[in-house]
Ligand binder design. Structure first.
Ligand code: CUA
Length: 314
């Protein structure tokens, strides 16, 4: 289908929940197109068949037609009732209540990135969220500051992330792959660059990935990386960022414990490369204006050792 070329699209659903929603959407499209074609068809038929010719007398005048009125009330009522039922049953299938159930992962929206805490696992990541395929996952959706909205079209429903409230989503991913999404509620200057990447993996691979995330950050070995770590601590970067196993334990910005294992940086804005990291550290506000990272004035050498340190954090 042509629409599935628009990636990511709801027409290339990769989870059971997304398929349910897509099927319902298709029913709506079929019904709407059917009604549109019927109305246009009747309009053309009536215009041609009953068109006036020169010299015609005034047509017969009448008001009211019980049969036509009955049909015009019954068909829309049945359609609305039917779709109401289909919508409710889809909602029930896709998003049943989850009160008291333990989530697999707690997703928290921040200006302008996503935090994911693997419940009970002491594993915290940012922006690139791994999930297992083949089983039903419960996700909690929360917000740290303003309202955000989680939406990965191929994986199903959108869900608002609201400060002070815990919303939830169920997702049963069918096939491994990388699924992209974006924040879908305007939340500030970098709303458009609040992308999401969900990496769906077979269960064993996923468990292995979680185990690796649970480990503390690697200790730097090269002289340059050691200098970078010292610089990181001296500049109190750890007031905002956490690097598990070190004194850095802030939770304002993304957890950097396994920063170098991510494919992208700045919430999916660009590939995670040394060059991009250097540009970012030199002038965050030029790269992503409005992000919470302040502009510090660092020398080239300081930035080089910092990059050497951060790129070891696999
Ligand atoms: Cu977060 Cu828009």
């Amino acid at each position: 289908m042509l629409l599935s070329l628009l990636i990511p699209s709801i027409f290339s659903s990769a989870s059971s929940e997304a398929s349910e929603i897509t099927t319902l959407t298709l029913y709506f499209i079929i019904a709407s197109v059917g009604i549109l074609l019927t109305v246009i068809g009747l309009l053309i038929y009536v215009s041609v068949k009953f068109r006036g010719k020169p010299g015609d007398p005034e047509p017969r005048q009448f008001t009211g037609n019980k049969v036509v009125e009955g049909v015009m009330i019954t068909i829309p009522t049945l359609l609305v009732g039917g779709f109401f039922y289909l919508t409710l049953s889809t909602m029930q299938t896709v998003l049943p209540p989850a009160d008291g159930l333990k989530p697999e992962v707690v997703i928290r929206g921040h200006q302008f990135w996503w935090e994911a805490q693997y419940a009970g696992k002491n594993a915290v990541v940012a922006n690139e969220i791994h999930l297992p395929v083949g089983r039903r996952i419960l996700m909690h959706i929360e917000a740290a500051d303003v309202i955000h909205d989680w939406w990965v079209p191929e994986l199903g429903a959108k869900m608002d992330a609201i400060p002070g409230r815990t919303n939830h989503l169920w997702v049963t991913i069918r096939k491994p792959g990388v699924y992209e999404g974006a924040c879908s509620e305007f939340c500030g200057a970098q709303h458009a660059w609040m992308r999401i990447r969900v990496v769906a993996q077979p269960e064993a691979e996923y468990q292995q990935w979680v185990r690796e995330r649970q480990q503390n950050a690697v200790t730097p070995t090269t002289a340059s990386a050691v200098a970078g770590a010292a610089f990181f601590n001296r500049e109190t970067c750890g007031t905002c960022h956490r690097i598990r196993g070190t004194v850095a334990n802030g939770n304002v910005g993304p957890d950097l414990t396994h920063f170098a294992s991510r494919q992208t940086m700045l919430s999916g804005m660009m590939p995670n490369t040394r060059e991009n990291l250097r540009r970012w550290l030199q002038d965050p506000q030029a790269v992503k204006p409005g992000a919470k990272m302040p502009r510090f004035i660092y020398s080239k050498d300081s930035i080089n050792v910092l990059v050497d340190y951060l790129t070891t954090l696999k």
